[in-house]
Design a protein around this ligand. Structure first.
Ligand code: 26V
Length: 827
C-alpha cells in the first residue's frame, strides 16, 4: 500500500441524493439512532454532522495552506463571540441550503422545525461580541489566515423572560444537549497559573506555589462565503489541574475533593453580563487571564513549530485586543518571553509593540476597565511586577520628552493613584500597541480628543479609525430571503461578497415595478414578524402599520426612555383627536438589561406597563400598539430586523461608539431615525441626508449644555406635551396599582437627566411627524428605503476587515489551493 497522503479522503458530494444518504448515515453512525427512533434533536444532529463533514476538507486545507505558505497570521483575542446559530449560516456558505432542505423532506424530517431547535451560541453581550463574530465570517470570506480566541462559556448570555412586565433572568445552559459543531482538542491543553509567590533568581523571577487550571481547546469552523476558506474559532474550557484534590481524597473526603475540582473549573463557567459599572470582580479577572494565557501559549507553540526562535515573530504574528478585556496579554507575552524563553527586556518589549494592536469600543468613563493593584498583586503577582516595570520605563520616557509637565505623568501613568490604586487597562493597551483604532469616524475623533489625548502627544501615528461593518451573508442573505431574491434578480448574486454592488440598485429607486416588488418583500417580512409577535408576547399587530423598532441592550445612554416619551405623547394626541388621520404605528422593543442595572430594568417594566395601557385602550382604535419581545438574541434579530420600517438609533450624541444594529436595519431597507452619533453619521453620508431622519443636539452642544449647567426642568416647563407625558408618568397613569412605581424615572429626568433626553425631546417628536408624512407616501418611502439599501456597500465587515488586514495587521489572503478533483464517494 502507498503511504496515506495529507488530503486523502472522500470528498463529499452535494446532490440531494448524496446529502440524503449522508444525513441518514450520520443519524446511524454519529447519533446512534435510526429513522424509526429519531427525535427532532437527533435529526438536527444528523444534519449538523453531514454539513460539518462538508466544511472539514476546506477547513483542514485552510490550516495547511497557512502552514505551508508560512503566512503571517492574525489572532483576534476577544472575551466574546456572539455567533448565534451555526447551521443555517454553514448551509448558505457551502451553498447547500436548498438541497439539504429537500433531502430532509425526503427523509420525512421537518427542516424548518429542526433548524429552529438549534440554540444560539450566546457567548457575548451585544455589539462587541457580535462584531467579533462578523469579523471571523469576513476573515474566512477574504481567506485571511488566523483565528479567533475566546472562552467556551458553559452558560452564555442569560435568557430573559418577562413576568408581570418585569425582566426575569434564567441561566442559558446552551451546551445541555451537546454541541455537534465543535471539536474538543485535548492535545492543545495548557496550564494557567494563579496566585503563588515570587522568588527572585539571577535577575529573573521564579513564580512558585501557584494554583493551576488547565485550559483545553475546543475548535469550531467558521465557513466563509462559498467556502473560500474556513476560519477557526478556538475557545478555551477550564479543567482542574490535578483532577481531584488528592489530600482531601486521601483523607477520605471524596465530596470535598470533587467540590474543589468544580471550583477551579468555574473560570469558564459563565459570561459576565455587561453592566459597565461592574468591576473588581475577581472571577472576571481570572477569566481574562485564563484565556489570554492559554491563547499566547498556543500562539508561541505554533510559532516555534516552524521557527527556531522569535526573530521573526513580528513578521509572522499579529495579535489583536478586542477592547481591553484581553489586555493582560501584554504582561503575559512579556512573562513568556522573559521567564520561559530568556529574552532580554528590550527585545521582548519591542516584540510586544510590533505584534499587538487594540480596538477601543467605548469612551464612557465607567466602562473603562481598571483593576485594583491589590487584586492583581494577589492573583497575578508576576504580571503586576511586569506592569510596574513597563510603567516605570514609560514614565521615564514621558518625563524625558516633557520634563516640565508634572500633571502629565499622573494622567498618563498606567496606575491611577487617586483613592484605591488601580491599573488602567486602556493605557496599558495603547502603550503596547502599534495601532489603536476607534470604531466610527466620530468615535475615533473623540477618542483622540478625550481619553487618549495625552498618548496622542507621545505617539500620534498610532491612532486610526476603522468603521465597523456587518456580514451581508447573515444579515441580508440569511435573514432576508425575499429581499435577497429580489436583489439577485436585478443585479445578480455577487453582492454577497462585494457589497458595493448594491449601489447598482440606485438606478432602480424610481422604477415603479421594482418599488412594488421591494414593498412586497418588506410586507412578507413584516408578516413573519407579526406572526412572531402574535406567538410571543401574544399581541396582535397590523402588518400594514408602520413598524417602528428599537432593539439593542437596555442602557440609559441608548435612550429607550426617549422613545417611550414619544409613545406617551402620541397616545395623548390620538386620545385628543381620535378621528384625525393618524399613521398607524407598532412600536417594537427588545433588549436585555444587565441583572444589576436597576434603571434599565425599570425601563423594561415601564415599556410593558405603557404597552398594557395603550394596547387595551379601545378609544385609540388600534392606531398605536406597543410590544416588548422577550429574550432578544441573534436568531430573533434575524426575524425582527428585516421586518422593520423604522430603525431607532437615538443615543445621546457622543455616547454610542458606532452601533452595528443601525447598519443591519438600513441594509434591510428600514429608514433610520437617529442622532448625529456613531456610525449614524456615516450612514447618512452614504444613503444621502434626504433618506435619513436626523434630530437632536450634536456632540458639541451636548458638551456645551453639560458645561453650562444643564437644566432639564426648563424643557419640562416649556413644553406642554413633554410636561403632560412626564406628569402622567408621575401620577402613575401607567401603573395605577402602584402610582409611585416610576417616581425614580421622573426624578432622574427632572433632576439630572444625564443623557439629555429632555433637551432632544421636542426635535425628536417633530422628526417623528416627518416620518409619518413620508410613510403616507408609500412610493416615496420605498424609494428612500431602496436608496438606503443601495448605500450600504461600505458597511460590509469585509471592507472593515480588509482595512484591518492591510493597515493594522499586515496580513495577506492565503493563496488559494489548486482545486482537486473530487472522488465520487459520498461521506
Ligand atoms: C463592559 C463590561 C464590563 C464588565 C462586565 C462585562 C462587560 C462587557 C462589555 C463591556 C463594554 C463593552 C463595550 C461595547 O460593547 N461597546 C460597543 O461596541 C460595539 C462594537 O464596536 C459598538 O458598535 C457599540 O457602539 C459599542 O457600545
Amino acid at each position: 500500500m502507498p503511504p496515506v497522503t495529507a488530503f486523502e479522503y472522500d470528498k463529499p458530494i452535494n446532490s440531494v441524493e448524496a446529502l440524503r444518504r449522508s444525513i441518514l448515515n450520520r443519524l446511524v453512525y454519529a447519533v446512534g439512532k435510526d429513522v424509526r427512533s429519531a427525535t427532532q434533536r437527533d435529526w438536527l444532529f444528523a444534519v449538523f454532522h453531514a454539513v460539518r463533514d462538508r466544511i472539514m476538507g476546506c477547513w483542514r486545507e485552510s490550516l495547511a495552506q497557512a502552514e505551508d505558505q508560512d503566512a503571517k497570521r492574525v489572532y483576534y483575542l476577544s472575551m466574546e463571540f456572539l455567533t448565534g446559530r451555526a447551521l443555517t449560516n454553514a448551509l448558505l456558505a457551502a451553498d447547500i441550503y436548498e438541497p439539504v432542505k429537500q433531502a430532509c423532506a425526503l427523509l420525512g424530517a421537518d427542516f424548518d422545525a429542526l433548524i429552529d431547535l438549534e440554540p444560539d451560541a450566546g457567548l457575548g453581550n451585544g455589539g462587541l461580541g457580535r462584531l467579533a463574530a462578523c469579523f471571523l465570517d469576513s476573515m474566512a470570506t477574504l481567506g485571511l489566515p488566523g483565528m479567533g480566541y475566546g472562552i467556551r462559556y458553559e452558560y452564555g448570555m442569560f435568557a430573559q423572560r418577562i413576568e408581570q412586565g418585569q425582566q426575569v433572568e434564567e441561566p442559558d445552559y446552551w451546551l445541555v444537549n451537546g454541541h455537534p459543531w465543535e471539536f474538543m482538542r485535548p492535545e492543545f491543553s495548557y496550564t494557567v497559573r494563579f496566585g503563588g509567590r515570587l522568588v527572585p533568581q539571577d535577575g529573573h523571577s521564579l513564580w512558585l506555589d501557584t494554583q493551576d487550571v488547565i485550559a483545553t481547546a475546543y475548535d469550531s469552523g467558521v465557513p466563509g462565503h462559498q467556502m473560500r476558506s474556513v476560519a477557526t474559532m478556538r475557545l478555551w474550557s477550564a479543567r482542574a489541574s490535578g483532577g481531584v484534590n488528592l489530600d482531601a481524597f486521601n483523607r477520605g473526603d471524596y465530596i470535598q475533593a470533587v467540590e474543589d475540582k468544580n471550583h477551579s473549573e468555574n473560570v469558564s463557567r459563565v459570561l459576565y453580563p455587561d453592566d459597565r459599572t461592574e468591576h473588581g470582580r475577581e472571577l472576571r479577572l481570572r477569566q481574562e487571564y485564563f484565556f489570554v494565557s492559554a491563547s499566547l501559549q498556543d500562539i508561541l507553540r505554533r510559532h516555534l513549530k516552524s521557527h527556531s526562535g522569535f526573530e521573526q515573530l513580528a513578521d509572522k504574528v499579529a495579535i489583536h485586543l478586542n477592547d481591553t478585556h484581553p489586555a493582560l496579554a501584554v504582561p503575559e507575552l512579556m512573562r513568556l518571553l522573559l521567564d520561559e524563553h530568556q529574552l532580554g527586556w528590550e527585545a521582548a518589549w519591542s516584540l510586544c509593540t510590533c505584534v499587538f494592536s487594540y480596538t477601543n469600543h467605548t469612551l464612557m468613563e465607567e466602562a473603562l476597565e481598571t483593576w485594583p493593584v491589590e487584586l492583581l498583586s494577589r492573583v497575578l503577582p508576576r504580571h503586576m511586577g511586569l506592569i510596574y516595570e513597563i510603567n516605570a520605563r514609560f514614565l521615564a520616557e514621558v518625563h524625558a520628552r516633557f520634563p516640565a509637565d508634572h500633571a502629565l505623568l499622573r494622567r498618563i501613568s498606567l496606575i491611577e493613584e487617586r483613592g484605591v490604586r488601580r491599573v488602567r487597562m486602556a493605557h496599558l493597551s495603547v502603550l503596547a500597541s502599534h495601532k489603536v483604532n476607534g470604531v466610527s469616524a466620530l468615535h475615533s475623533q473623540l477618542m483622540v480628543e478625550t481619553i487618549f489625548s495625552d498618548f496622542v502627544q507621545m505617539y500620534p501615528e498610532r491612532f486610526c479609525n476603522k468603521t465597523n461593518g456587518i456580514t451581508p451573508r447573515r444579515w441580508l442573505a440569511l435573514a432576508n430571503a425575499p429581499l435577497s431574491a429580489l436583489i439577485d434578480s436585478r443585479i445578480g448574486p455577487d453582492w454577497r461578497s462585494e457589497l458595493d454592488q448594491l449601489a447598482r440598485l440606485r438606478d432602480l429607486a424610481d422604477d415603479t415595478e421594482f418599488q412594488n416588488a421591494f414593498g412586497l418583500a418588506k410586507q412578507q417580512n413584516k408578516r413573519r414578524l407579526a406572526d412572531l409577535i402574535a406567538r410571543c408576547p401574544g399581541v396582535s399587530v397590523d402588518p400594514l402599520s408602520l413598524f417602528d423598532v428599537q432593539v439593542k441592550r437596555m442602557h440609559e445612554y441608548k435612550r429607550q426612555l426617549l422613545n417611550v416619551l414619544h409613545i406617551i405623547t402620541r397616545y395623548h394626541r390620538i386620545l385628543a383627536q381620535p378621528h384625525a388621520d393618524w399613521v398607524p404605528r407598532t412600536v417594537i422593543f427588545a433588549g436585555k438589561a444587565a441583572s444589576a442595572y436597576h434603571m434599565a430594568k425599570l425601563i423594561i417594566r415601564l415599556i410593558n406597563d405603557v404597552a398594557r395601557v395603550v394596547n387595551s385602550d379601545q378609544r385609540i382604535g388600534g392606531q398605536l400598539r406597543v410590544v416588548f419581545i422577550p429574550n432578544y438574541r441573534v436568531s430573533l434579530a434575524e426575524i425582527i430586523i428585516p421586518g422593520a420600517n423604522l430603525s431607532e438609533q437615538i443615543s445621546t450624541a457622543g455616547t454610542e461608539a458606532s452601533g452595528t444594529g443601525n447598519m443591519k436595519f438600513a441594509l434591510n431597507g428600514a429608514l433610520t431615525i437617529g442622532t448625529w452619533d456613531g456610525a449614524n453619521i456615516e450612514i447618512a453620508d452614504n444613503v444621502g441626508r434626504d433618506n435619513i431622519f436626523v434630530f437632536g443636539n450634536r456632540t458639541e452642544q451636548v458638551a456645551e449644555l453639560r458645561g453650562y449647567g444643564y437644566q432639564p426642568r426648563s424643557y419640562y416647563e416649556g413644553n406642554f406635551d413633554l410636561k403632560c407625558a412626564i406628569d402622567r408618568l408621575s401620577e402613575g397613569a401607567f401603573s395605577p396599582e402602584e402610582p409611585e412605581r416610576y417616581r425614580e424615572v421622573v426624578n432622574t429626568l427632572l433632576e439630572s437627566d444625564y443623557y439629555q433626553l429632555l433637551a432632544d425631546y421636542a426635535d425628536y417628536v417633530a422628526c417623528q411627524e416627518k416620518v409619518d408624512d413620508l410613510y403616507r407616501r408609500p412610493a416615496a418611502w420605498t424609494r428612500s428605503a431602496i436608496l438606503n439599501v443601495a448605500g450600504m456597500g461600505v458597511f460590509s465587515s469585509d471592507r472593515t476587515i480588509g482595512e484591518y488586514a492591510s493597515e493594522i495587521w499586515g496580513v495577506q489572503p492565503l493563496k488559494p489551493a489548486v482545486p482537486q478533483a473530487p472522488s465520487l464517494l459520498p461521506v
